[in-house]
Design a binder for this molecule. Structure first.
Ligand SMILES: Nc1ncnc2c1ncn2[C@@H]1O[C@H](COP(=O)(O)OP(=O)(O)OP(=O)(O)O)[C@@H](O)[C@H]1O
Ligand SMILES: [Mg+2]
Length: 408
């Protein structure tokens, strides 16, 4: 009779040495050998997995079918600075930022129950105490026979990307504000009209009241009614002014010394993702010797953003391989910098040329027709000029110039 064998092995999935599981084998020497070999093979493949997982440049974790985590690779442990014993089970959740924990667990559990792949973004505490954003991707682990064994996941540090996204978000908010301010110029006429109405009514009502008071005896009831109307009209005018103030509120736009290349680079950074999504190849040509200009950084970014977004729209109907958008900043004469945006789109129809800079002129179903009119107000306020033309090889080029900083 063959002696029963007891074998200890480390499970990669558990990441820690399991209690000795005794394998009772009562089999022929051939079968026993086979079992023995397959166990060795399993042990080896687990060792190989561990080696690989520890050498991987990402953080790796595994969980069992009960949702509890059973394994973290060396990279994870180095990142959190905690020993494996602290991380396994639900221990890892102690390192998740309290503001992210709820959604993190909810999504993990939901994906788990549905046996679906998932991606989570959350902040995880690093060994030095700093929270870093990580992107965690989890996929199901299935056994050879297809049984669900839990999840394996990997995390990468995306803090830099997150920071850039937040900056871009702040910048977009600022740009949106600027466009409100610039749109104000276009709205002045209608606001003047709105204020003029109650003021005219107040004037004619007060003249009527004077006439009524001059009568003997004066019709005081009528006068009281007129005074009520005057008060109402006054409130309307005040409300119009309040709305105007709300539009203008927030920062004062500042003029400062600017490197045109930096303005271009910032906007290109904002548009790059959009261009890639729309399969537009984007090229940028800067001149490192460009002199500085004086201007409002955000307003000028707004102009370039408008032109580049128009360029992206313009190439929409050409074949993906022909969708090109080029931005060039260069010197033009001794005292001017020129920024040009060239697209390979459909160009501007001749009859549209006189109208494209007019407010509310648009050929797009979802366009406002404000982009170019706002851009022109901004450039002219900077002492520059903006112009448009069609390229001989197709598409359009929009250029604006800015006077360089005067050297005294
Ligand atoms: N690069 C371009 N190529 C061809 N036509 C253009 C280009 N840029 C602008 N246009 C034309 O000029 C019109 C006005 O542009 P503008 O940027 O002022 O408004 P919009 O893009 O339609 O809307 P939005 O207010 O959202 O910018 C566009 O609708 C389009 O017809
Ligand atoms: Mg536009």
């Amino acid at each position: 009779m063959t002696q029963p064998r007891t074998r200890n092995r480390t499970s990669a999935a558990s990441g820690h040495r399991k209690e000795a599981s005794s394998v009772q084998v009562d089999a022929s020497p051939g079968l026993r050998e086979l079992l023995e070999r397959s166990e060795i093979a399993l042990g080896e493949s687990e060792d190989r997995f561990r080696l690989m997982a520890d050498a991987a440049p990402v953080m790796i974790w595994m969980s069992g079918p009960d949702k509890l985590c059973t394994y973290f690779n060396r990279n994870w442990l180095n990142f959190t600075g905690r020993p494996l014993e602290s991380e396994i089970g639900e221990g890892w959740t102690e390192g998740v930022h309290p503001d992210d924990l709820r959604q993190c667990l909810d999504r993990y559990v939901a994906a788990f129950d549905a046996r679906q792949e998932f991606q989570l973004e959350y902040r995880l505490r690093r060994a030095d105490g700093a929270f870093r954003w990580v992107l965690d991707t989890g996929v199901c682990r299935l056994g050879i026979d297809g049984t669900f064994e839990g999840y394996i996941g990997s995390c990468v540090d995306i803090t830099d990307r997150k920071r850039a996204e937040m900056e871009a978000h702040d910048l977009r908010r600022e740009l949106a504000h600027v466009s409100r301010v610039a749109a104000l110029g276009e709205l002045t006429a209608s606001l003047a009209h709105e204020i003029n109405q109650p003021l005219t009514a107040i004037l004619s009502n007060s003249q009527a009241a004077q006439r009524l008071l001059a009568k003997a005896p004066p019709d005081l009831d009528e006068v009281r009614e007129i005074l009520r109307d005057i008060a109402e009209d006054d409130k309307r005018a005040v409300e119009v002014i309040r709305r105007l103030r709300a539009l203008l509120k927030r920062e004062n736009l500042e003029r400062c010394r600017l490197q045109p290349n930096e303005v271009v680079e910032k906007v290109v950074q904002l548009v790059t993702h959009d261009a890639a999504l729309r399969q537009v190849s984007l090229s940028v040509h800067l001149d490192p010797t460009l002199p500085p200009v004086i201007g409002d950084r955000v307003q000028l970014q707004q102009v370039l953003l408008n032109l580049m977004l128009n360029g992206l729209d313009a190439v929409r109907d050409v074949a993906p391989q022909d969708r090109k958008l080029k931005v060039r900043a260069r010197k033009k004469g001794a005292s001017t910098v020129e920024v040009a945006v060239t697209d390979s789109g459909t160009g501007i129809p001749n009859d549209a040329f006189p109208r494209i800079f007019e407010p509310f002129y648009t050929t797009k179903p979802d366009g406002l027709g404000m982009g170019l009119s706002i851009s022109r107000s901004i450039i002219e306020a900077h002492g520059g000029r903006i112009s448009a033309g069609n390229n001989p090889e197709g598409g359009a080029t929009f250029c604006f110039t800015l006077p360089v900083e005067a050297t005294s």
